[in-house]
Design a protein around this ligand. Structure first.
Ligand code: ZN
Length: 343
C-alpha cells in the first residue's frame, strides 16, 4: 500500500492499434509477421504506456499488446499444446464457442513467455508495473484436454508453469502479478474448492504483490446476453470471495459499475486490497468523474480507504482505441475527484 489514496490501475488489456491487428475482436489476426510483428507489438506497448501515464494512472500495464488473446498468449509458449489443430469448444460453461488448441502431452514451458514485454515495460516507466497472466482454472476452460483426463490435475500442471513464469517476471522488475480468473464466476463451487488452491500454486514464492481479477467478461455480445440472464442480484462472488480472503493472494479485482453485484459482497474481502471496477467495458459512454467518485463512495462503505484501488471492470481489448483512451482519462479524473471528496 502507498500513502497516496485511490491509486489507479487497469484490469489488463487495451485495444490494439489498427496497424498491429484487426480491431474490435477478441481473437484478432496480426497484420505483420516475424521481426516486423515483434517491433509492431513493442511500438504498441510503448504508446499505451504513454497513454496510461498521460491519464495519470498509478499502476502501468503492457495493455496485453503482444498476445492475441489473454489465455492463448501464454499457451503459445507451452510445450505439449497443439496449436495447429484447434477445435471448436464451448467455453465458460458453453456461453460461447471458441477455437481452442489441444493439450496432447505433458506440459512444460518452451522458455520465457513474456520476458520481452515485461522488460520493455520496466525500461519505459518509473511507475509501478503490473503484469497479467491467465489463471489456471480459466486456462483449463480455454483448452481442449486430450491428455490429462482430469481438470484439477491439468490445472495444477498449468499452475506450475505459471509459477515458473511469474517468478521470472518478478525478477524482471514487475511489481504486481495478476492472474485473470473469469472462470471463477462461472464454476463457483469448483473455484472455492480447488481454483483458489491452483492460484496459490501459481503465486507460490512470489514476494511482489499478487492479484486476481474476476469479472463477468469482456463487453462482447455473448457476455452481455449472459448478464441479462443473471437476474437483479449477481451473487457469484459470494462463493469464491471467502476462499480468496483466506488465501495468500493480496489484491482482488472486481466488476462493480453498471453491474448488479451487491456492493456489500466486497466486505467478504476483509484484509485484501480491492480493485473496484469503476469503468464499464460494455458501454462506449464515457464515465464522468462524478460517476466514478460516486462508485468509489459506495465501495467505501465496505472497503477501507487505504485498500481501495479504482480500476476498470475488465479489459478494454475489444473496444475502440479512441474510447479506451477517453476511459483511461476518466479513471484518472474520477480518482482525483474521489481524493478531494473522501480524503
Ligand atoms: Zn475481465
Amino acid at each position: 500500500m502507498t500513502s497516496k489514496l485511490f491509486t489507479t490501475a487497469i484490469a489488463g488489456s487495451l485495444p490494439k492499434p489498427a496497424w498491429l491487428s484487426e480491431t474490435n475482436k477478441l481473437w484478432p489476426q496480426w497484420k505483420a509477421e516475424g521481426a516486423e510483428l515483434q517491433q509492431a507489438k513493442a511500438d504498441a506497448t510503448l504508446l499505451w504506456i504513454k497513454a496510461q501515464e498521460d491519464a495519470g494512472l498509478d499502476v502501468i500495464g503492457d495493455g496485453e499488446q503482444s498476445r492475441q488473446h489473454f489465455v492463448h498468449g501464454f499457451l503459445e509458449q507451452v510445450e505439449g499444446i497443439d496449436f495447429d489443430h484447434k477445435v471448436k469448444m464451448g467455453i465458460r460453461n458453453n456461453r460461447y464457442d471458441a477455437m481452442v488448441p489441444q493439450v496432447v502431452s505433458t506440459l512444460t514451458l518452451k522458455g520465457r513467455v513474456h520476458a520481452a514485454e515485461a522488460q520493455l515495460l520496466r525500461a519505459h516507466t518509473a511507475k509501478k508495473i503490473k503484469f497479467t497472466l491467465p489463471g489456471p482454472m480459466t486456462i483449463v476452460d480455454t483448452v481442449s484436454d486430450q491428455f490429462y483426463g482430469d481438470k484439477i490435475k491439468m490445472a495444477m500442471a498449468f499452475a506450475e508453469l505459471l509459477n515458473q513464469e511469474a517468478l521470472a517476471l518478478q525478477a524482471d522488475g514487475v511489481d504486481i502479478i495478476q492472474f485473470d480468473e473469469p472462470a471463477f464466476n462461472v464454476y463457483m463451487t469448483e473455484a472455492a474448492d480447488w481454483g483458489v488452491k491452483a492460484l496459490e500454486v501459481a503465486a507460490r514464492g512470489l514476494t511482489c504483490t499478487t492479484a486476481v481479477h474476476i469479472c463477468y467478461g469482456y463487453g462482447i455480445k455473448a457476455n452481455n446476453d449472459w448478464k441479462k440472464t443473471l437476474g437483479d442480484q449477481w451473487r457469484q462472488y459470494e462463493e469464491v470471495l471467502p476462499a480468496l480472503a483466506k488465501s495468500s493472494i493480496q489484491q482482488v479485482s472486481l466488476e462493480c459499475y453498471h453491474s448488479y453485484v451487491p456492493p456489500h459482497l466486497m466486505a467478504l474481502l476483509e484484509g485484501k486490497d480491492v480493485m473496484v471496477g469503476v469503468i464499464d467495458v460494455a458501454s462506449d459512454e464515457i464515465e464522468t468523474p462524478e460517476q466514478i467518485a460516486d462508485t468509489i463512495g459506495k465501495a467505501l462503505e465496505y472497503v477501507p480507504k487505504a485498500r481501495l484501488i479504482p480500476c476498470t471492470n475488465c479489459g478494454l481489448a475489444p473496444m475502440s482505441r479512441d474510447i479506451a483512451i477517453k476511459k483511461l482519462h476518466a479513471l484518472g479524473l474520477g480518482a482525483a475527484l474521489a481524493r478531494q471528496r473522501y480524503a
